[in-house]
Every structure is written in C-alpha cells, then in structure tokens.
Write a protein that binds this ligand. Structure first.
Ligand code: 5GP
Ligand code: MN
Length: 340
C-alpha cells in the first residue's frame, strides 16, 4: 500500500533508523511526559511495528514518568503494557523517542536515554536538540503518527488494523479532529491509508470525544464560566484549580481537552488554559487560531511546542502564573501596534 510519495531525504533517514534497529537486540520506545493521543498512539504503533518486523528483539514501551495512561486512551491496543521509566533498569541498545526531540521532555526516561547505546527519533516538534544518531524531525508533519505511519509503510508496505487504529488516534487528536492549521493534505492522505488498513474513526471519536465522565462535564462548565477575554477579545483564558479537581473528582491528567473550550470564543486568536498540578505548579496550554506563533511565549515560560499549540509548567498558583504569562501575551499585540 502506498499513500504518499516519500521524499528521498526522509527515506534515507528511515533506512538509517532501520540499520540501527537491525543491529539492536533490546529497544526501548518512549514518548513525552504528560502523554497525549499522538504520543501514546505513535508509541504503541511503533512497538507493534518493531515486534512484527523483528520478533526476536526485546522491545519495552516506556511511560516517561509516573503519569498513568489517561482514561480516554486506555482503549488503544497495547496501552496496558507500558512500563514506567523509573522502574525500568535496562540499558537498551536503541532508545526510540517518538513525538519529542528534547531530552528534557523525557522526565524519568532521560536516565534510560543516558544508558542507551544509540538514540533514534521520529518527531514533528520544532527546535529540538540534535542528540540522536538517526531519525526524522519534520515540523510540518501534523502528528508524530504521520511519520510512524510513513516509516511503517516504508519498512513493510502495510499496517495491521491495531497499528492503524493507534495512528489514527494520534492524527485525530493532534489535528483537533482535522480542524487545526496543521491538518494538511499529507494528514488526510495518511488518514485515508489508516482507514483502509482497518482504523475506525468512529471508535476513536467515541472513546476520545464522546466518553466524558459527568464530573469532567461539570468541570468544563466551571472552566467555561470563567472564560475571560482581553486585547479586544483577541486573547481568551480560563483555568482550573486543585479545589475544582477535588470537587469534581477529575484527575488532573484528564484535562487535555479544556483548552479547546477556551479557543471556541468567537473572535479570539489566542487561547490560554491554566491548571494547578501537584507539587505547587501550574501547567499552561497555549493555542493560536491564526498564524500567530505562541510557542515563543511557551519557551519564555520554560516550555515549548509548535507555533499553534504549545505548553509550559511553572511554579506557583494560578494568580502567579497569570501575572507572568498575560503580559507576555499582551506584548505580542503591543509589538504589532508599535510597527503599525
Ligand atoms: P499541550 O498544551 O497539549 O500540553 O502541548 C501542546 C504541544 O506543545 C505539544 O506538542 C507538546 O508536546 C508541546 N509542549 C507542551 N508542553 C511543553 C513543554 O513544557 N516543553 C516543550 N518543549 N514542549 C511542550
Ligand atoms: Mn504530537
């Protein structure tokens, strides 16, 4: 099956990855901390691909830290086999990073990377650090899952239904159900190949977008009620506190979708959602609805990400985080007004 004519540079990089995998007997696969649908879907598909292609190799799938697999992604085939990096003591021949290219995003798994003989990467985040021996980092790819699908098709020409399902989940979640600016032709071509290989868009939609706990919907109502806009409605933000999580019984790790409520405000260009997380910290999700690049603000806050979707974690409470991040968002507009 072919879905996309692959560029020669990418093919050469895939072949280098294959050579390293062929020479390895133990391979660890890991995605980023606070794993989302792309991180988990890509990692699980990659594990199955390596095991199918090289049944005699030992493959371990790692979770970067103590985060459990979020409830909405537990349906992904293989989700129950992932191991916390802190409890894995091996020194693999190859450490395979997917959906990240910054060692800091590996959390506890950074120590496993340090013990590995070689590192390979398939990722779509801009401005990573070049610490790997082989791989592809292509920021215009809509999801890391696009690269995993293309690697699988390059390696063996086909995908199993379970790999296709994992990868469709990766693609649907990282493109916001094909609604974000990154939903390009390649994303649709790969999605089409995944559905042909047995992936079910309706099952992904059911599990990820139509299986909310009641408490989550109540929390959503609180978050929606707090949405505030400024800069003539161009910037919208909201937040959730530890007390909100306690009152609704929603685990902090299950709140990835709340920033999407904030971005719904008509006329808003930038959406910010903040939540208090354990350890006296606040995690921020930033989204841009236009071609404005908000990843620079995330980086200034010690985080990173893509131009239209980025995140950060800071010490303190919601008020302290807002007092630092809101002026930076306003400054994006002040600079523009200055040049007018
Ligand atoms: P989210 O807001 O959904 O957590 O993340 C949006 C995007 O930014 C994802 O691609 C994620 O990997 C990236 N991202 C989120 N937080 C961080 C961070 O702290 N550092 C870096 N480098 N990237 C981040
Ligand atoms: Mn991703």
């Amino acid at each position: 099956m072919t879905c996309c004519a692959q560029d020669a540079t990418q093919v050469a990089s895939f072949d280098e990855v294959t050579r390293l995998l062929e020479d390895a007997s133990t391979i660890a696969v890991c995605a980023h901390t606070s794993p989302d649908g792309d991180a988990l879907g890509s990692e699980l598909a990659l594990i199955e691909l390596i095991e199918t292609r090289w049944p005699n190799k030992t493959v371990v799938g790692l979770l970067a830290d103590d985060d459990v697999v979020p409830r909405i992604y537990q349906f992904l085939p293989g989700a129950d086999r992932l191991v916390r990096a802190a409890s894995y003591e091996g020194s693999p021949d190859v450490f395979f990073c997917v959906d990240l290219s910054q060692p800091g995003r590996l959390a506890d798994a950074e120590a496993v990377l340090a013990r590995s003989a070689h590192a390979v990467v398939l990722d779509h985040h801009p401005s990573g650090e070049h610490f790997w021996d082989a791989g592809v980092v292509r920021p215009e790819a809509a999801a890391a899952g696009v690269l995993v699908a293309e690697y699988a098709l390059h390696l063996q020409g086909s995908l199993t239904p379970s790999m296709a399902q994992c990868l469709l989940c990766a693609l649907m979640t990282d493109t916001g159900r094909f609604q974000y600016q990154n939903a390009n032709g390649e994303a649709f071509r790969v999605a089409s190949a995944l559905v042909d290989a047995g992936a079910s868009p309706s099952e992904v939609a059911l599990r990820v977008y139509q299986s909310d706990r009641l408490g989550y919907l109540h929390l959503s109502a609180t978050v929606m009620g707090r949405i505030t806009t400024f800069e003539r409605g161009k910037i919208a933000y909201s937040y959730a506190t530890s007390a909100d999580f306690a009152a609704t019984g929603v685990p902090v790790a299950e709140c990835d979708g709340l920033v999407d409520l904030v971005r719904r405000v008509d006329g808003s260009e930038i959406a910010l959602f903040l939540k208090e997380v354990p350890g006296g910290k606040v995690r921020g999700n930033l989204r841009a609805k236009s071609d404005r690049d908000i990843s620079c603000v995330a980086r200034e806050m010690g985080g990173g990400g893509h131009p239209a979707a980025a995140g950060f974690t800071v010490e303190g409470d919601i008020d302290q985080a807002l007092s630092v991040v809101l002026p930076k968002l306003r400054a994006l507009y002040a600079q523009e007004e200055g040049v007018r």
